[in-house]
Design a protein around this ligand. Structure first.
Ligand code: B1M
Length: 208
């Protein structure tokens, strides 16, 4: 089953065939979202499990991310395709101290596909950079991603700083360790568990 081959490419750090395998699955009519979820994100989850069990290490995790991104390049046009009208501006980034960007990139890509103008600041972003970008782009939403329990508090401080400076945009948060409860605790306007959920949430927040 080809979707398992895609899964194996990521888990076994086999970059060569992944683009072709993804292309063939698309041509065979497999939905891009299924390839992403069952073939690719599931494999990264298993990489994470093996890392936690001491069976894989940081360089391997990094290469798995590279294999993932090679497959994602083929999926991108399908995932991002949309004829939605411009819906608002979102500034997005991974918070200070955190270098994980795969999930954040997916969220950014799908927001764009959902008709939002997206300013993606990248990773390891401090509050000052977020504030500067929000002001310069007159963003209605600031979207914060965190993948580490140790960087989640940076979401809280960013939201607090922005509010203290009188900024009025909506805040949405997400990332594997983040939850609805945590979002409420830190005063975010919304939490989404995945990229399609982030698009829905952004629409709800801006009522578009
Ligand atoms: Co890291 N890492 N990592 N890592 N890494 C995790 C997160 C970890 C869970 C692995 C594990 O131990 N099982 C663990 C965190 C433990 C914890 O905090 N509880 C961990 C660790 C410990 C570390 C280091 C500290 C390791 C070390 O150095 N000893 C280190 C930290 C570096 C740093 O950031 N300062 C580190 C480094 C790395 C790499 C750089 C090697 C690499 C990242 C490469 C990259 O991103 N370019 C990496 C990877 C690949 C992972 C795992 C394996 C995969 C993450 C991923 O991309 N998942 C990860 C294990 C795991 O998550 N299972 C792990 C796929 C992605 C699509 O999912 O990002 O969750 P995710 O995004 C989803 C949703 O969460 C949501 O939508 C996305 C799409 O559906 N979402 C949002 C995300 N952001 C959102 C924002 C929103 C809404 C939804 O609104 C704003």
């Amino acid at each position: 089953m080809a979707i398992m081959d895609i899964y194996k490419c990521i888990l076994e750090l086999n970059i060569e065939p992944i683009a072709d395998l993804v292309r063939k699955e698309l041509e065979a009519g497999r939905p891009a979202s299924t390839i992403l979820q069952e073939g690719m994100i599931a494999a990264l989850d298993e990489v994470g499990n093996r890392f936690a069990a001491g069976e894989m290490f940081v360089p391997e995790m990094l290469f798995a991310a590279k294999v993932f991104n090679t497959g994602l390049d083929v999926l991108k046009p399908r995932l991002a395709a949309s004829d939605a009208k411009p819906a608002g501006t979102v500034v997005i980034g991974t918070v200070k101290g955190d270098l994980h960007d795969i999930g954040k990139n997916l969220v950014a890509m799908m927001l764009e596909g959902g008709g939002f103008r997206v300013i993606d600041l990248g990773v390891d972003i401090d509050t000052e950079k977020f504030i500067k970008a929000v002001k310069e782009n007159q963003a209605q939403i600031l979207a914060l991603s965190a993948l580490l329990t140790t960087t989640m508090p940076a979401m809280k401080s960013t939201i607090l700083d922005c509010r203290q400076k009188g900024l009025k945009m909506k805040f949405m948060v997400g990332g594997a360790p983040v939850s609805q409860g945590y979002a409420e605790e830190i005063g975010a306007d919304g939490y989404a568990a995945d990229a399609p959920g982030a698009v829905q949430l952004a629409r709800q927040l801006l009522k578009v």
